[in-house]
Design a protein around this ligand. Structure first.
Ligand code: FES
Length: 107
């Protein structure tokens, strides 16, 4: 199964730069030839005050308050490196809810 990198593109995350993050992450994924990784927009994860939010699936890593300078570590993770623990800030119950939705195929 392909890995999917979902980047929220709703208003709050967008106001904090998620559109630019999505463009840059797409570029870096292509530069690294990560052909099994798909970067996709997402409608809203419900953690709007903690955006920009990026969720890696099926790994189920949720990165919050992501900034351009965090992308290196996120790309490293996509290349097999460790989770970026400092960006793991979301309440576990919200994570579970969103992961359940994703497990049912709702993208
Ligand atoms: S606006 Fe991004 S999580 Fe809601």
């Amino acid at each position: 199964m392909n890995r999917i990198c979902l980047i929220c593109q709703n208003v709050d995350c967008k106001n904090r730069g998620s559109e630019e993050l999505m463009k840059e992450l797409s570029k870096r994924v292509a530069d690294k030839s990560l052909t099994d990784v798909e970067v996709r927009p997402y409608m809203c994860f419900g953690a709007c005050q903690e955006g920009p939010n990026i969720v890696l699936y099926p790994e189920k890593s949720w990165y919050a308050e992501v900034k351009m300078e965090d992308l290196n570590d996120i790309v490293d993770h996509l290349c097999g490196g460790p989770d970026v623990k400092r960006l793991d800030k979301i309440d576990p119950s919200l994570k579970d809810l969103i992961y359940q939705l994703l497990d049912t195929g709702v993208f």
